[in-house]
Design a protein around this ligand. Structure first.
Ligand SMILES: Nc1ncnc2c1ncn2[C@@H]1O[C@H](COP(=O)(O)OP(=O)(O)O)[C@@H](O)[C@H]1O
Ligand SMILES: [Mg+2]
Length: 325
């Protein structure tokens, strides 16, 4: 787009400590959509279950070197470890031994920054790097949060899905207050969405009201919003991982392909518009950080992470009673 000037890298962690909410599907499919739009994209599989690796058609058992080796020896970089999946689409795969990295690195002083260090060796090679985080808030997710500039939260819009979001935001807050002050929550992707359900509509309305209230606070999710379109429940999306194919190869005419394409296009438009606005290039900037917000006072997190009491205080009144948001 801008010829001589090197494009910054947009680093996004797809994070939710709940399993089965759509993290991997969203990581892999958004990445494939960016790649199809001509954007050089890397998927980093940070989950020992290696679902993103499998979904992209790579057998974790046959992988010789993976994100595990990168974490143990970040100085050795990505060379020889990245698999090209398609034009513009690369994968840094996971293996099941990745689970051992949490234990092996437990006492390493730089244990949270290892991925950041390794990615620095590939600086400028990718326009998008997407981290598929495991369903936990452990060391692997932390490495993703430290390496990323943005967090996207895949979520299903039902009442229980909101539980745990407070804990998730608290983790983002802790990382942003320590190792990665520029980390921001971009928004929520609604996965396996059922627009016809009244309950779903109520949960989305509650979530949007909650996010709107947060705009008054100085928190990393100040500008977070529900990203559109929501991804409809679509059986083709559930089928394609077992064929090692993205939806664009497996069922390009399916609603899942249309939804993720539209989501990716919207994000690309905003990203390009942001880059255009930044006519004075900032040499080390990476991401579309919305206007910088000063760090929030710690009590903000404590309050959000606390289950709402029955006479809800005004700032949590839009969250369903009993939710941990
Ligand atoms: N929009 C969707 N419609 C139908 N099935 C989906 C959709 N999104 C994800 N799935 C399926 O739901 C399951 C959980 O999704 P996944 O992306 O693996 O979640 P996570 O990574 O959060 O555990 C998988 O079997 C996946 O294929
Ligand atoms: Mg997953």
């Amino acid at each position: 787009m801008d010829g001589a000037r090197r494009k910054p890298t947009r680093l996004i962690a797809l994070m939710n400590q709940k399993g089965g909410v759509g993290k991997t599907t969203t990581t892999v499919t958004l990445a494939a959509a960016y790649a199809r739009a001509g954007r050089s994209t890397l998927v980093v599989d940070l989950d020992p279950q290696a679902h993103a690796t499998l979904h992209l058609g790579v057998d974790p058992a046959a992988v010789e070197s993976s994100v595990y080796d990168v974490l143990l020896d970040p100085g050795s970089g990505l060379e020889g470890r990245v698999h090209q999946i398609a034009a513009n689409l690369d994968l840094l795969p996971a293996q099941t031994d990745l689970a051992a990295a949490e234990v092996e690195l437990a006492n390493a002083p730089d244990r949270n920054r290892r991925l950041t260090e390794a990615l620095a060796t590939a600086a400028g090679r990718y326009e998008f790097v997407l981290f598929d985080c495991p369903p936990s808030l452990g060391l692997l997710t932390l490495n993703g949060l430290v390496a990323a500039r943005e967090v996207i939260i895949p979520m299903q819009a039902h009442f229980l899905a909101l539980q745990g979001v407070g804990k998730l935001l608290q983790t983002v807050q802790l990382v942003s207050q320590s190792v990665n002050p520029r980390l921001r929550v971009t928004g929520v992707v609604l996965c396996m969405h059922d627009t016809s359900s009244t309950h779903t509509q109520e949960v989305v309305a509650d979530l949007e009201a909650f996010l709107a209230e947060q705009r008054a606070l100085d928190v990393p999710w100040k500008h977070a919003r529900v990203l559109r379109p929501a991804i409809r429940r679509n059986i083709k999306l559930a089928e394609c991982p077992s064929f090692g194919q993205t939806i664009f190869d497996y069922a390009p005419g399916a609603p899942g392909a249309a939804d993720y394409t539209a989501l990716a296009e919207g994000m690309l438009r905003e990203w390009d518009a942001m880059l255009e606005r930044r006519t004075d290039a900032q040499p080390t900037a990476h991401a579309p950080a919305p206007p910088d917000a000063p760090d929030a006072p710690p009590e903000v997190v404590t309050r959000i992470a606390t289950p709402a009491p029955s006479p809800a205080p005004s700032d949590t009144s839009s969250i369903p009673t009993g939710s941990a948001v």
